[in-house]
Ligand binder design. Sequence first.
Ligand code: BGC
Length: 415
Amino acid sequence: MTIMKSLKMTAAAVALSAGAAQAADVEVLHWWTSGGEAAALNVLKQDLEGQGVGWTDMPVAGGGGEQAMTVLRARVTAGNAPTAVQGLGFDILDWANQGALADLNAVAAQEGWDEVVPDALKAFAKVDGKWVSAPVNVHSTNWVWANKAVLDANGIGVPGTWEEFTAALETLKAAGVTPIAHGGQAWQDATVFDAVAMSVLGPDGYKAAFVDLDEDTLGSDAMKEAFDRMAVIRANVDDNFSGRDWNLATAMVINGEAGFQMMGDWAKGEFLNANKVPGEDFLCFRFPGTQDQVTFNADQFMMFDQGGSVSDEQAKLASAILSPSFQSAFNVVKGSVPARTDVSDADFDACGKQGMKDLAAAAASGNLFGSMAHGHAAPASVKNAVYDVVTAHFNGEYDSETAVQELVDAVSIAK
Ligand code: BGC
């Protein structure tokens, strides 16, 4: 290496570390790395830049956030926690119980979070009366995304029942179209399972199995039926599904290579990012048999305690996240719906409006449940146990009857 080149590299390294050390920066660890997710993240970055807060990006690719959580644990163990971290459900409670999170009560009180954030989110944002994270959105996992032209060309309408759905899958298969776009990663298999299990077990059964971890329900015939349906889904994905990222599966639906994808509403961000219009280019509907239920997950930003009270930058970030205008602007792009109950749906597209309506209705009728796949039904140990069984079954390691027994055993060990 020439001396000049090495000098330039040193200068670049110094500039970088000087940038990172700026007092007014927030370092944000997140897993929003797909096109749609990055577009949404930009809304937040720009909002903060407008307030003079710099942004040090710490993206960790991997849908569902498992890899991000591994990096987070390493950073915290090394005594170097990032300022703000995207987190989900029980993971947030876990960090709060370890005393790792800053107290956001002052910002929350000043801005009246208590009055506008729904109880379902408060359950994961407040611990012992202390706000420990700032809710960004509400996503839900029991959605299906469809290519409208593909459905129209094959005479398929929106399926309302499992039987209609399987008939549509057969029609697409016969027409040489991949019926279901799927990425074979444990969290994606589990995301599909959220909806499938809800459709078979119903709301009471879903809660008994994944929230109360009731052995009889975990080991029931209905659970076997849920696994049987997973096998039907497995039979309708293409040969290259294994390991595929979720957004590449969404791209298959966008491009008309596949008919459907079962995925949370972050998938809508990909359609929008590709300039597709709901109702014209793509359709969104609840997984057949779960039309009245919502299995939700909410992204929140945990503010890691940097030694002392919450920093100015953390307070600004938290405050920006909860502002009504940000809640609308961000969630319109992200595919999620606002984490506040008082935000107008005027700027949301048809799927977003439906998402807001469904959420309010499900909350009012007792049909709103935390997503198992995205850490809002049970702690990570149980979630991971469910992942293992669902994925092993999906990949044909054992039949549905064995899967049910494995599920009972794995959950009982993990809980
Ligand atoms: C997060 C979403 C994210 C998705 C895929 C989910 O766990 O809640 O915000 O878009 O994972 O990365």
